[in-house]
Write a protein that binds this ligand. Structure first.
Ligand code: CP
Ligand code: NVA
Length: 302
């Protein structure tokens, strides 16, 4: 069964074929996949808010001819010790063909997948956000015509999106990832890996806590400093103050460098409005690509 839980469960060739197929389908006028999911139902479960993931999965499923049921956690017995994840997984498997789950904890996602008889998609957990990272890859593929030799700089906290990017960097697609973060966030990364029994893997990339090491790049990515469900105090925010992506940094990266952000963004904190709304920003292509990549993910799972 094809679960889409993490990038590191996938291989180089599969990722390449996802991206190529998404790019082709996006640009094709053909409606070949119009009936792909005919008669199939996707359940999307949300334990955290969402705009892009919620809408793009719903629209993707409909465009493939299927149907979608969207459920917020407070509408289920799941959580608050009312019904276990095991019983929820077994129940869902009786009714729907595929489940997309935005979970508070990666452990719940892993459990749901291990007890479910239908494929499970990670729609963001506290550990990773593989659907977002795949849409980011599609955006880079379109803007930079491939991955070989592409220099990607991640600036700021090592969030769920960053962890999916670390997994991408380990796939040998030719992308060179540099992470610029502070010591607190790097040690938190190691702690999270320990909690979810995932091997920390920063060997294939450069990790810096010194912004003086910034130099030219093809892509710069950042994310909110306060991820959903996290308590980030003033001290942490202050320690990140020099990590705001601004025009000065963009000059170092160069005119050809594109700026990416998964959204929602906190303008003025992790990025200045001039950069996120400026000519080098590709955030709206990235948001649109969520739809095209979700279609590929659903097709693979089904
Ligand atoms: N990028 C992303 O996952 O956005 P939502 O939280 O709106 O789904
Ligand atoms: N790191 C962010 C990503 C939002 C799509 C969060 O988890 O809130």
């Amino acid at each position: 069964m094809n679960n889409f839980l993490s990038i590191y469960n996938l291989d180089h060739n599969l990722i390449q074929s996802f991206i190529k197929s998404a790019a082709e389908t996006k640009n094709s006028k053909s409606d070949d996949d119009l009936n792909f999911a005919n008669g199939k139902i996707l359940a999307s479960i949300f334990e955290k808010p969402s705009t892009r993931t919620r809408l793009s999965f719903d629209v993707a499923m409909r465009k493939l001819g299927g149907q979608c049921i969207i459920i917020d956690q407070n509408e289920l017995h799941l959580g608050n010790n009312k019904e276990s994840i095991t019983d929820t997984a077994k129940t869902l498997s009786q009714y729907v063909d595929i489940v997309m789950y935005r979970s508070q904890s990666h452990e719940s996602l892993q459990k749901l997948a291990s007890f479910s008889k239908v494929p499970i998609i990670n729609g963001l957990s506290d550990f990773s956000h593989p659907c977002q990272a795949m849409a980011d890859l599609l955006t880079i593929y379109e803007k930079k015509s491939g991955f070989e030799g592409i220099k990607v700089n991640w600036i700021g906290p090592i969030t769920n999106v960053a962890r999916s990017w670390i997994e991408i960097a380990n796939l040998n697609l030719g992308i060179k990832l540099k992470i610029f973060s502070n010591d607190y966030s790097i040690s938190e990364y190691h702690k999270k890996c320990e909690i979810y029994k995932i091997k920390p893997d920063l060997d294939n990339m450069e990790v810096h806590n010194n912004l003086k090491k910034l130099d030219s790049a093809d892509v710069v990515i950042t994310d909110t400093w306060e991820s959903m469900g996290e308590t980030v105090n003033e001290k942490i925010i202050k320690n990140f103050s020099s990590y705001t992506v601004n025009q000065e940094m963009m000059r170092i990266f160069g005119d050809e460098c594109i700026f990416m952000h998964c959204l929602p963004a906190n303008r003025g904190q992790e990025v200045t409005p001039e950069v996120i709304d400026g000519p080098q920003s590709v955030i709206w292509d990235e948001a649109q690509n969520r739809l095209h990549i979700q279609k590929e993910i659903i097709k693979w799972c089904l």
